[in-house]
Write a protein that binds this ligand. Structure first.
Ligand code: GLY
Ligand code: MN
Ligand code: MN
Length: 441
């Protein structure tokens, strides 16, 4: 029985090679070299941040943590992978290409970083993707990160192959195991650090392997959109917990957020429930042809409706939108593409390479396109009590339309975000995150 991963991956490489060959031929390149990257030490230091391969490489080779490899693509030829397996007694060298995917490439093992350099000396009409610092002589006469090539390659990555969908679905399953363990640790009164450790243990990946820095926020820290610390002190009271954390599967990311509270916190629990319902409705609206900008506006209307219903804001939803009041409670974008990068490419450019900037009133919106089958996007509405955004409302013309006593009562809970990863298809959308929670429950 053939390994199902081998089959799916082979089809992925076959499809991507054809698409890339066509692009290279149209742009007049003889070939394309994609570097996996090299760890760079911090200034005046011999230590470097955790390594992760450049995403254009990780989208074609399932080795997201192996430095100094080079993928060579030439129209009409089998892709060649220059695989770096250094003779290094300080570190554990990579094991080498696994048989389930190695057969998709001509493999050349090199034993030192840049061991492939001389093979490409003075070749013309080569395109190269990578970091100038690591590539040196490879660049003589080559085109580095050429913008037209880059947006065209980004464009094909917006429609996920069956292999990529499988990796994204599996990354969601991994991350969901972590979210459930983290929720238990929160209920036990754990500190942010203890909750984070429960998360990575359940996921089975250290923070270095996760696709982004987890946001592990207890109580009012949930109001800090990219809260970056993990407090080792246990909270005096565990009111609320927002976890935005993912996982990696063979170079593909999950990006999931859940917000938890105790049943006794009636008002905040009701807000979580209402946002959860609105989020599910938005997920259901992910259909081919739908403008994500319109969907973002509908998210604002839904959140404004929740604020009005709760009596927090005495303004009709459309008035909250027009006045900008809803943006004080929901200041980020509804979502983004997800794939080999957590904020995956191609979200603000059309299929012809024309920029699609976000509307002036929503500068943080990362996805401004119409949806297509094969897109995988996040849907992540939020509702927060962020002091620096709400404070100016107190002296604005809308001050008397806000129930400030309720805002103060809810501020210690920080805020709410619910985030799923969803595939747009010709049929119903496929919610990888909800599916993973359903199986885990
Ligand atoms: N985890 C970052 C985001 O949700 O976009
Ligand atoms: Mn996200
Ligand atoms: Mn997230």
């Amino acid at each position: 029985m053939p390994n199902p991963d081998a089959l799916l991956f082979a089809r992925h490489i076959e499809q991507r090679s054809e698409e890339i060959d066509k692009i290279l031929t149209e742009l007049g390149y003889d070939g394309l070299l994609i570097h996996s990257g090299r760890p760079e030490n911090r200034l005046l230091d011999d230590q470097h941040p955790p390594f992760r391969a450049h995403a254009p490489f990780a989208a074609l080779v399932p080795e997201p943590f192996t430095p100094d490899c080079l993928l060579e693509l030439r129209p009409g030829r089998k892709p060649r992978l220059w695989y770096c397996q250094p003779d290094d007694f300080w570190h554990l060298p990579p094991e080498g290409p696994a048989s389930w995917w190695a057969h998709c490439f001509d493999i050349e093992i090199v034993t030192e970083p840049a061991g492939w350099h001389e093979c490409f000396a003075a070749q013309r009409a080569l395109a190269v993707i990578g970091d100038e610092r690591a590539l040196g002589g490879l660049l003589d006469g080559a085109d580095l990160n050429a913008p037209e090539l880059m947006w065209r390659l980004d464009e094909i990555r917006t429609r996920k192959t069956a292999w990529e969908r499988e990796c994204l679905a599996r990354a969601n399953k991994r991350a969901v195991a972590g979210h459930l363990a983290a929720a238990r640790a929160f209920r036990d009164g754990g500190s942010e650090l203890e909750i984070h450790l429960a998360y990575v243990a359940a996921v089975g990946q250290d923070q270095d392997q996760l696709p982004y820095n987890s946001i592990c926020a207890v109580n009012e820290h949930a109001a800090v959109l990219h809260y970056q610390h993990r407090n080792p002190e246990r909270p005096a009271q565990s009111l609320s917990f927002l976890l935005d954390a993912g996982a990696d599967t063979l170079g593909y990311a999950a990006d999931i957020t859940r917000t938890w509270t105790g049943e006794e916190h009636l008002d905040f629990a009701a807000l979580i429930e209402a946002l959860d319902r609105a989020q599910l409705q938005l997920c259901d609206e992910l259909r081919p042809g739908v403008s994500f900008v319109d969907l973002h506006r509908r998210a604002h209307l839904a959140i404004a409706g929740i604020l009005e219903q709760a009596g927090l804001v005495r303004m009709a939803p459309d008035e909250q939108l027009e006045s900008g009041v809803s943006s004080r409670f929901f200041p980020h974008g509804l979502g983004h593409h997800i794939g080999a990068q957590v904020h995956d490419v191609g979200g603000q450019i059309d299929a012809q390479g024309q920029p699609l900037p976000p509307p002036d009133e929503y500068p943080a919106l990362r996805l401004t396109r119409r949806l297509e089958p094969g897109n995988v996007v996040t849907v992540e509405p939020g509702l927060y009590f962020i002091p620096s955004l709400l404070e100016p409302l107190r002296t604005s013309e809308y001050a008397d339309r806000i129930d400030w006593a309720q805002v103060e009562a809810l501020s210690p809970y920080g805020g709410i975000r619910i985030e799923d990863n969803v595939l747009v298809s010709e049929a119903d959308p496929v919610n990888f995150t909800r599916q993973a929670f359903a199986v885990a429950d």
